[in-house]
Design a protein around this ligand. Structure first.
Ligand code: KG4
Ligand code: ZN
Length: 333
């Protein structure tokens, strides 16, 4: 079975081919970062138009890389949401057009399920069940994943997502979009403890989090600074910010491990590319004799491979009746 995956929910156009027998065969990505940088964030209208320009060429690209033809594709998986409406529409239009032309089923994939399953593209891949820390630009959640399709939300941010806090902190420091990698690099030059920032809800007796108070704490520090161009101060502020995010996520993960008795952990979503976060969570989990898994570095942020993987997993989990219903719903074979 060969599944084509298409991702277009935000500022990345991704395509990939995955086979049930041979795993990920090819993936291709076009990032719009350079285009949006001038505006300090994603401009939805520009994002949609760029997806239109790129999507079909990326599909051809992965077919060529994998040495396959259109006729080899058995199903198309596409990000259904959440994401920017116009951007999602482009990927869905392309996926459904391909499905219609090839008379094959089209599977709608939840973007977060894609992020979660990206970790299954690692070697070794995590077995079920596991605890998942999902940290992206739009979401920050802790989930219990019993098996594919069975997700229990244990806790989440009550306001901003961790990635959003990174992006806003970057803006306050005049760093380029997207903020995560830039803040992380600056933090490496800073000293822990030089600037202490708020860690809202870190001691709350549950698995919920809050990052908007941390953002306010960064803003207050910026207003109080004598010289915001001082490199040492900037690095210390970035370090203080990263330490606060990492402390909160580590505390909540440890609480979740204790609460669920699960020792297998998956960290996914764009912020899981963060070096400081990876180092700390790996240490906390290993000290508790647990195992921790991350997606391959390049598959932490949005990509087509995670959507192809989630689509294949979804199809494999379907009963023959469900597959028949999907065929009827998309009208084919
Ligand atoms: O998962 P993702 O690609 O898109 C969403 O589904 O939201 O995540 C994007 C987020 C952005 O907020 C970006 O700043 C953050 O992930 N990010 C990072 C790093 N790389 C990306 N945050 C911290 N450190 C990084 N290295
Ligand atoms: Zn994402």
């Amino acid at each position: 079975m060969l599944v084509l995956g298409i991702e277009s929910s935000c500022d990345e156009t991704g395509a990939a081919l995955i086979s049930d027998r041979d795993g990920l065969l090819a993936d291709a990505l076009h990032t719009q970062i350079d285009m949006h940088r001038a505006y300090g964030g994603v401009v939805p209208e520009l994002a949609s138009r760029d997806h239109i320009r790129r999507a079909v060429a990326l599909v051809d690209d992965v077919l060529q890389k994998a040495g396959k033809t259109r006729a080899d594709i058995d199903a198309v998986a596409v990000t259904e949401g959440p994401g920017l409406a116009g951007a999602l529409l482009v990927g869905n239009a392309v996926a459904h057009a391909i499905g219609w032309a090839l008379e094959i089923p089209v599977l709608g994939v939840h973007h977060l399920e894609g992020h979660l399953l990206a970790a299954r593209l690692s070697d070794p891949a995590p077995e079920f069940p596991f605890l998942a820390v999902l940290v992206s630009g739009g979401h920050t959640q802790i989930l219990k994943v019993e098996r594919f399709g069975h997700y229990e939300l244990l806790g989440e941010t009550l306001d901003d997502a961790a990635g959003e806090a990174f992006d806003k902190t970057a803006q306050l420091l005049g760093l380029p979009y997207p903020g995560g990698p830039a803040v992380s690099a600056l933090a490496e030059k800073g000293t822990s403890g030089a600037i202490e920032l708020a860690r809202p809800m870190i001691h709350a007796p549950n698995l919920n989090m809050s990052f908007s108070g941390l953002k306010t704490s960064v803003l207050t520090a910026v207003h109080a600074a004598e010289d915001t161009s001082d490199e040492t101060w900037r690095a210390n502020l970035a370090r203080g910010f990263v330490d606060a995010v990492v402390d909160v996520l580590a505390a909540k993960l440890v609480r979740a491990m204790r609460q669920t008795k699960l020792k297998r952990v998956v960290v996914a979503g764009g912020v899981s590319a963060n070096k400081q976060l990876r180092a700390r969570l790996t240490d906390e989990v290993r000290r508790r004799k647990g195992e921790i898994f991350y997606p391959p570095m390049r598959l932490c942020t949005d990509n087509g491979a995670m959507i192809a993987a989630a689509g294949l997993a979804r199809y494999e989990a379907m009963t023959p009746e469900e597959r028949e219903a999907l065929r009827r719903q998309t009208g084919f074979k």
